[in-house]
Design a protein around this ligand. Structure first.
Ligand code: NAP
Length: 247
């Protein structure tokens, strides 16, 4: 028996990177998946690839900062597959700069995509799930929201905000058997980390007790656990997937 057989999942920002790994792992474990991204063509290709592997998948373009688009995303999942059982708020961007150089616009943009986006996704999925009397919402925060990274006052603030959002929403939705949890990835092998100078990356990896960089699948497997009935008594938590770095 697959862990998510008969369940339907939405993953925002899943045309690439960690979101794509999450969509793939959830699909491999039986979920029908809505691949959603601001990059419509990337989402279409990712969903087509999942379908070619024998999974159920559709793509829905969506900018997570657009209230109506996020509501429509949840409606499309329900209309296509019947229910919304899993919502993963993963879409993200970075606009790094020290505070001395950061513009108000770049602060607002990052907070809007991560925090407002996760709030809109949690609200829309929460509405559908409370009617169903079942559901799991997973919000992708970051270790940056725990420790605060140099040059990331916008990103760290947004990712810490996601922790508060997750806990408050978990309290509101618990009586409907809807669980809300957050994951804080550490250093993960994605396009972002591939662009780092090798010596900087090596220094960071040396600081990871488990001695390696994380893979997108490491995050996806934690999402799978929090999405499935294996975590049925877990809500309002923050799971660090960082190889022990910044524990
Ligand atoms: P990524 O490769 O840049 O993927 C993020 C996806 O989100 C992209 O396809 C991006 O599209 C999309 N997106 C951007 N703005 C959007 C919006 N307004 N609405 C919908 N989709 C949007 O990033 P990643 O490294 O996989 O990160 C995924 C999540 O994990 C993010 O929340 C990130 O903060 C978090 N995280 C990552 C790491 C890491 O080491 N990579 C560590 C901690 C936390 P475009 O490419 O077209 O912008």
């Amino acid at each position: 028996m697959k862990l998510l057989e008969g369940r339907n999942a939405i993953v925002t920002g899943s045309a690439q990177g960690i979101g794509l790994a999450i969509a793939s792992v959830l699909a491999r474990h039986g979920a029908s998946v809505v691949v959603s991204d601001i990059n419509a063509e990337g989402a279409r290709l990712a969903a087509a690839d999942l379908k070619a592997q024998g999974h159920q998948a559709i793509s829905v373009p969506c900018d997570v900062t657009d209230e109506h688009a996020v509501d429509a995303l949840v409606d499309t999942c329900r209309e296509t597959f019947g229910t919304v059982d899993v919502m993963v708020n993963n879409a993200g961007i970075t606009r790094d700069a020290t505070m001395a150089k950061m513009t108000l616009e770049s602060f607002r943009t990052v907070v809007d995509v991560h925090l407002t986006g996760a709030w809109l996704g949690t609200r829309a999925a929460g509405r559908a799930m409370r009617t169903q009397g079942r559901g799991s919402i997973v919000n992708i925060s970051s270790i940056s929201g725990k420790v605060g990274n140099f040059g990331q006052t916008n990103y760290s603030a947004a990712k810490a905000g996601i922790v508060g959002l997750t806990k408050a929403a978990a309290r509101e939705l618990a009586k409907y058997d809807v669980r809300v949890n957050a994951i804080q990835p550490g250093l993960i092998r994605t396009a972002m980390t591939a662009a780092m100078p090798p010596e900087v990356l090596a220094r960071m990896v040396a600081d990871i007790p488990l001695g390696r960089i994380g893979e997108p699948e490491d995050i996806a497997k934690a999402v799978l656990f929090l999405s499935s009935d294996l975590s049925g008594f877990i809500t309002g938590t923050v799971t660090e997937v960082a190889g022990g770095r910044n524990m």
